[in-house]
Write a protein that binds this ligand. Structure first.
Ligand code: AMP
Length: 328
């Protein structure tokens, strides 16, 4: 696997480019959107022409972030850029087929991520799996190299970090994470306002999802595994937005007997999206997800399986149960 590039090399590439595209993974979460906009707004303040590009656009739960109105989805027009930057995206394909087709001609690709499974597919790579969020890597990069950081950049990077650490709770959260939050507060960032938007402004649709999840969650392996199937029928009934599910899995993690929880969700093309979590460091869900073509982190991973959802769930849960029983 290629080595990491130095942050100086990466910043030099950013400084010498004029037209830059910043992209993240399909079905973007808080870390993807926050990292893209945190970096894009900083580079714009530096005088660059920056295209913030997301295959699936911004989910409605993150629309409050400054700069989301400038995010575009890929169209058919070619994009002439000097530099493409992929953030928080474990494999090149996960930026999305349309984004990939538009950005493949770019002469230089910078890949910045915190997933340990990232194969370093960029021309320049910065993979730091000790960072709990890509937003933390971006904040360090900007501040270490004197790139512009204003309140809008801080809002985006704070949400990137806060959402990917489960509000500073997951084990990967470290001292630096808290120091960054402290620096941001000292600089005047209103974190309570951001928490209000991110965690206390759910649409009723999300509660409908929660109700279905609590009514239909299924246990196995003596309560150590819990799973839920989010079916197309319910999504249609409530006109679900993809962002409505962000963090929902944390409710399943709360159960004391549970060491692993999984959400299966119908997605386009007859596929099933798998979100898996582990609460026990001995259980590496990224290994199980990798068996199904996915990946991610030891304690939080994902994959896409062929439907129907009931069959995909059974196949995945069988593999998971084998692993859970092995760590007994
Ligand atoms: P999620 O359950 O969607 O929140 O994803 C958990 C973690 O796994 C995130 O860090 C994702 O980037 C990663 N992940 C999710 N789906 C995939 C996939 N199909 N391939 C590789 N990594 C994935």
């Amino acid at each position: 696997m290629p080595e990491n590039s130095s942050t100086a090399e990466i910043v030099a590439a950013m400084r010498s480019a004029q037209r830059i595209a910043v992209v993240a993974h399909v079905r973007p979460d808080g870390d993807a959107v926050g990292s893209v906009l945190g970096l894009a707004l900083s580079l714009r303040a530096l005088g660059k022409d920056v295209i913030a590009l997301l295959e699936d656009g911004v989910p409605s739960n993150l629309a409050f972030l400054p700069g989301t109105d400038t995010v575009i989805q890929p169209g058919s027009e070619p994009l002439q850029v000097d530099l493409a930057i992929a953030l928080d995206t474990a494999t090149h394909e996960r930026i999305g087929a349309k984004c990939k087709a538009l950005l493949d001609p770019a002469p230089l690709l910078v890949n910045i991520d915190h997933h340990p499974t990232n194969p370093r597919y960029g021309t320049l790579n910065l993979i730091d799996s000790d960072s709990p969020a890509t937003g933390q890597i971006i904040y360090n990069l900007l501040t270490e190299h004197g790139l512009p950081v204003d309140d809008a950049v801080r809002q985006n990077l704070f949400i990137a970090i806060s959402t990917d650490t489960g509000s500073f709770q997951y084990p990967a959260t470290n001292a630096r994470t808290h120091r960054i939050a402290a620096e941001m507060i000292e600089a005047g960032l209103d974190t309570a306002r951001l928490a209000q938007f991110a965690y206390h402004s759910y649409p009723l649709r999300r509660l409908a999802l929660m109700r279905d999840m609590l009514n239909h969650m299924e246990f196995r392996a003596d309560g150590r595994i819990v799973s839920w199937q989010l079916k197309q029928k319910l999504m249609d009934e409530i006109s679900m937005d993809p962002g409505d599910t962000e963090g929902l899995i944390d409710t399943l993690r709360m159960i004391d007997s549970v060491v692993s929880c999984v959400i299966f969700e119908d997605v386009e093309g007859g596929k099933v999206r798998v979100s898996a979590r582990s609460k026990d460091n001995r259980l590496d869900v990224s290994v199980i997800c990798s068996k199904f073509g996915g990946g991610g982190h030891r304690l939080a991973s994902g994959a896409r399986l062929k439907g129907p959802i009931e069959e995909a769930a059974e196949k995945f849960l069988q593999a998971l149960e084998d692993e859970v029983r092995r760590i007994d």
